[in-house]
Design a protein around this ligand. Structure first.
Ligand SMILES: [Zn+2]
Length: 437
C-alpha cells in the first residue's frame, strides 16, 4: 500500500520528538520503507532514511518520527539524468513547413523558425518539455541552448526563469553553443561569451556547420579555459568515417589537462568504423578522458537519408565504448521538432531504444544501458552529490520491477520520484478490471 501523506505543519509534540531523535544521532524526516536497491529476485529489502534532503541511512527497519513512504519492495535507483536536451527548440512540430528531411533540412527549418522565437514562447514550450521530464523521473538536466545573431540570447532569456521554477524537481545546467557555426557567423562569439556571463556554465560546439571546423574547436577550448568550465560538443555527426574531428578534440583535451571535463555528442561516425578502428578510437577517447553521449532517437531519424533501402542505423555503439573504458550516456536530444519529431522525455524508453537498435539483449548489458541514463550520465556531468549512498542528495526514482535490466527490457515507467527527499510526482499503478469468477 503506497502512502500519500497530506502535508501539514508538525505538532509541537512531533517537533520535540524529532529534536530528540536528532540528538540521538538518528536524524530522519523521511523514510522510504521496503525498497529494493540491488538487482535480482534475491535482493533484500531495506529502508532509506532522509534528513534535510540528504540520505542519512540505508538499513533495515529504520525507525524515526518521519514521513513514511511504503515502496512495497519496488526498485529504487538514483534519479534519471538528461545530459543533452534542446529545450529551446522543443515542441515546434506544429510550425513546420515540411514533414521530412535530413540534418541540413532540419537545421534550415529551425533557422527559419527561430527568427520568431521570443523568450515567452521559448519559456512555454520548454516548460511543457520539462514537465514531461519530471513525470519520467528526471532529476538533472544539461540543456544545450543555441546562440547566433538571429536568435541572440532570447533562448537563454526564456530558459533562465525555468531553472529557478523547476528547482523543486530538478537541477538544470545550461550549455551555450553555436548551432550554425562560429567563425563563419560574425557576432556569435560575443554572444557565447555573454551567454556564459548570464547563466551558461558549459560551452558547446557544432563544428560540422562551421566553415572552419577545427578553428571552432580551438576557439571553444579557449573559451572553456578562460571561464574554467566544461565542454560538451556536437561532434562527428555524419554517415561515414572518412574524416573525424575526434582526434583533435582528444589532443586538445590532453594538452590542456581537460580529461574528464569534455563530452562529445552523436559521434555517429563511430558506427561506420570496423571493429579494429572502433577499438583504437575508443581507447583514444578513454585515455584522453573524453566522454560520449549517444542520442539514439535523433541519430536514427536523421542518419541514412542518402539510402533508399537497407538504411543504416548510424547509432554509435556505446556499449562497445564502455568496454574500452569510455564513459557514455544516452540522452533525448530533441523533442517534437524537425531533428526528432517524437518524444516523451522518457530516458527508460531511450535506453530501450538504444538496446534494441544496437542489439543489446544480455541482462548485464541492458543494466549498463540503465547506468547510461543514471550513474554514468551523472559522472559525465560531474554531479558532486548524486548517487544512492549515505551523504548524497536524495534524488531518487521508484520503478515497479526487480532490476535495472528489467526496467530497460520492459520499458517500465517510473511510478514516483524524489528530489532532495521531496516527492515530485506519483503515478498510480494500473489495475486490471478482470471479471469476477
Ligand atoms: Zn544536440
Amino acid at each position: 500500500m503506497l502512502c500519500a501523506p497530506v502535508p501539514q505543519a508538525p505538532t509541537l509534540c512531533l517537533r520535540i520528538r524529532r529534536i530528540v531523535t536528532r540528538m540521538r544521532g538518528n536524524a530522519m524526516d523521511t523514510i522510504l520503507r521496503n525498497v529494493r536497491i540491488a538487482d535480482g529476485p534475491d535482493a533484500q529489502s531495506v529502508d532509506i532514511g532522509i534528513e534535510n534532503g540528504r540520505i542519512t541511512a540505508i538499513e533495515s527497519r529504520l525507525n524515526a518520527d518521519a514521513r513514511i513512504y511504503d515502496i512495497g519492495g519496488r526498485l529504487v535507483t538514483p534519479g534519471f539524468v538528461e545530459t543533452h536536451i534542446h529545450l529551446d527548440k522543443s515542441c515546434i512540430l506544429d510550425r513546420l513547413s515540411s514533414g521530412q528531411g535530413g540534418l541540413d533540412a532540419a537545421i534550415g527549418e529551425v533557422a527559419r523558425l527561430k527568427r520568431e522565437f521570443t523568450p515567452e514562447n521559448v519559456y512555454h514550450r520548454a516548460r511543457r518539455t520539462l514537465e514531461k521530464c519530471v513525470l519520467n523521473g528526471t532529476t538533472h538536466i544539461r540543456t544545450h541552448l543555441e546562440v547566433d545573431p538571429v536568435i541572440g540570447l532570447r533562448s537563454l532569456e526564456g530558459i533562465l526563469p525555468l531553472v529557478q521554477e523547476f528547482r523543486w524537481a530538478m537541477d538544470i545546467e545550461i550549455c551555450i553553443f553555436p548551432q550554425e557555426g562560429l567563425l563563419n557567423n560574425p557576432g556569435t562569439d560575443e554572444l557565447i561569451v555573454e551567454g556564459l556571463r548570464r547563466g551558461g556554465s558549459v560551452v558547446g560546439a557544432a563544428p560540422y556547420t562551421d566553415s572552419d571546423p577545427h578553428g571552432q574547436i580551438d576557439r571553444v577550448f579557449e573559451i572553456a579555459r578562460q571561464f574554467d568550465i566544461d565542454i560538451d560538443m556536437h561532434l562527428d555527426f555524419g554517415p561515414d568515417a572518412d574524416s573525424m574531428d575526434m582526434d583533435l578534440v582528444c589532443d586538445l583535451t590532453e594538452r590542456f589537462g581537460y580529461g574528464g571535463r569534455v563530452a562529445v555528442g552523436h559521434v555517429t561516425k563511430l558506427s561506420a568504423l570496423s571493429p579494429e578502428r572502433l577499438t583504437a578510437q575508443a581507447r583514444r577517447l578513454a585515455s584522453a578522458g573524453v566522454a560520449v553521449t549517444v542520442l539514439p532517437a535523433t541519430d536514427l531519424y536523421l542518419m541514412g537519408r542518402h539510402q533508399d533501402h537497407s538504411v543504416m542505423r548510424g547509432v554509435a555503439p556505446a556499449h562497445r565504448l564502455l568496454g574500452e573504458g569510455v564513459n557514455c550516456s544516452l540522452s533525448t536530444n530533441n523533442v517534437l521538432n524537425p531533428f526528432t519529431p517524437f518524444g516523451d522525455c522518457s530516458l527508460v524508453r531511450m535506453a530501450n531504444l538504444y538496446a534494441n537498435i544496437c542489439q543489446v539483449g544480455d541482462p548485464r548489458e541492458t543494466a549498463e544501458c540503465y547506468e547510461m541514463v543514471t550513474n554514468r550520465a551523472a559522472r559525465l556531468l560531474r554531479l558532486p552529490d548524486y548517487g544512492l549512498a549515505v551523504g548524497q542528495s536524495a534524488d531518487l526514482a521508484v520503478l515497479d520491477c526487480e532490476s535495472r535490466s528489467a526496467a530497460v527490457s520492459e520499458v517500465i515507467s517510473p511510478m514516483m520520484a524524489f528530489k532532495s527527499g521531496k516527492r515530485t510526482f506519483y503515478r498510480a499503478p494500473a489495475v486490471m478490471e478482470s471479471p469476477r469468477p
